[in-house]
Design a binder for this molecule. Structure first.
Ligand SMILES: [Zn+2]
Length: 165
């Protein structure tokens, strides 16, 4: 699914503090998730911030994030697709961020070993996890799903290694 604004004629007004929102960039985001208003982990409002407020300095080429208002307690946040106001996934707390990061390594390795496209590996993984492809995405995984996805990929890698001389 693609953001409906990608093909509309309306003027794109960037939400503060974004300098702009690119229609071309919106079109590239095929796994559209609506900008969040409420934190999925605690229900607090969500604010759009420069990520220097999180990391202490600006980080990356599009240094913005959606952040839970309760940043001392809940501490959930998520980055944005470059040149858009679209989140890369759901807001994640420190445990979810760590689980996504740790397990995604195996996924990337497995993708590389097979020479698969993004679509191919997500189709493969969704089937093994028993979930729809539309919900198979690192940006959507909670801790348990991230751990499961990582374990599935890790096991597949090990089997491949055992099979090759
Ligand atoms: Zn929260």
């Amino acid at each position: 699914m693609i953001d409906p604004r990608a093909s509309s004629g309306e003027k794109l007004t960037p939400p503060h503090p974004l300098p702009y929102v690119s229609r071309k960039a919106l079109k590239r985001v095929t796994d559209w998730i609506e900008p969040p208003e409420q934190c999925p982990n605690c229900g607090s409002p969500v604010e759009l911030v420069n990520n220097s407020e999180i990391y202490g300095r600006e980080y990356g080429g599009w240094p913005y994030a959606y952040r839970c208002f309760d940043h001392r307690g809940c501490d959930s946040y998520v980055g944005l697709h470059p040149n858009t106001d679209l989140p890369l996934g759901t807001l994640a707390d420190s445990f979810e961020r760590q689980a996504r990061k740790d397990n995604k390594r195996h996924f990337m390795t497995w993708q590389e070993l097979n020479g698969w496209s993004r679509k191919q590996i997500y189709t493969w993984l969704a089937q093994r996890m028993g979930i729809p492809v539309s919900q198979c995405h690192w940006g959507l995984f909670g801790v348990e799903q991230a751990n499961l996805a990582g374990a599935i990929c890790e096991e597949a890698i090990e089997k491949m290694m055992e099979a090759s001389p």
